[in-house]
Design a protein around this ligand. Structure first.
Ligand SMILES: N[C@@H](CCC(=O)N[C@@H](CS)C(=O)NCC(=O)O)C(=O)O
Length: 216
């Protein structure tokens, strides 16, 4: 049994769970996982068993409970010494774009819910949705133009920022976002990632469907 346990939601739909899970995989810290099926009659009871916020993800490390994806990423970064860029200016930018994802892009998140196994979905593109897509494209271009020399990720090496934007890549893939060439290149790197592939395989075999997230 691993020291850490990550409690997550359905892999097909739970975008916040994916972020914490991907970071743990990338930093190479062993963990057990517990999957709670969302949108079921006993979901509330299950969520309340593992954390105080009634949401997933939640990380258990002995007596310590950490909820909220970004707080979990910070905790894992402290445990492992990995997750944020080394240089202070790059680290500040990585934190800024991660926080921007965590607290924003509400139109994108509501109109294009994560549905990992769905392809070729179409929905009306509103001005607000277009603005979210454009801002994300700009962030990816900015990061890649500064850090491409260090590797294929937003800050060269894999960081929390990549984990935070991974569900966006899945959304863009499902709903066919119109994005720049650099953004498409970054998306391809994310989609080829072995850890993400492992998640997607598991999502494909889940038995549950959440009607509200079957959009387009
Ligand atoms: N800000 C939180 C959001 C967590 C969240 O909203 N999780 C969703 C699943 S992706 C959840 O637990 N929903 C509860 C439910 O569907 O009953 C985070 O970053 O972890």
């Amino acid at each position: 049994m691993a020291r850490l346990t990550l409690v997550i939601g359905n892999k097909n739909y739970s975008s916040w769970s994916l972020r914490a899970w991907l970071l743990l995989k990338h930093v190479g810290v062993a963990f057990d996982e517990i999957v709670i099926a969302l949108d079921q009659p006993d979901t509330r009871e299950q969520l309340d068993r593992y954390g105080p916020s009634g949401r997933v993800p939640v990380l258990h490390d002995g007596e310590v409970r950490v909820w909220d994806s970004l707080a979990i990423c910070e905790y894992v970064a402290e445990l492992s010494g990995k997750g944020w860029p080394q240089a202070r200016a790059a680290r500040a930018l990585a934190r800024a774009v991660s926080a921007e994802m965590h607290s924003g892009f509400t139109t994108l998140r509501s109109l294009w819910p994560m549905n990992a196994r769905a392809r070729n979905r179409h929905s009306a593109v509103t001005a607000a949705l277009e603005a979210d897509v454009e801002r994300i494209d700009q962030i990816w271009n900015d990061c890649r133009s500064r850090f491409a020399a260090g590797g294929p990720w937003l800050f060269g090496e894999y960081s929390i920022a990549d984990a935070m934007y991974a569900p966006v890549v899945l959304r863009f893939n499902t709903y066919g976002a119109g994005i720049s060439q650099t953004a498409r290149w970054y998306m391809a790197s994310v989609l080829e990632d072995g850890a993400l592939q492992e998640w997607l395989q598991a999502a494909k075999h889940e038995p549950w469907t959440i009607a509200a997230d079957e959009v387009g």
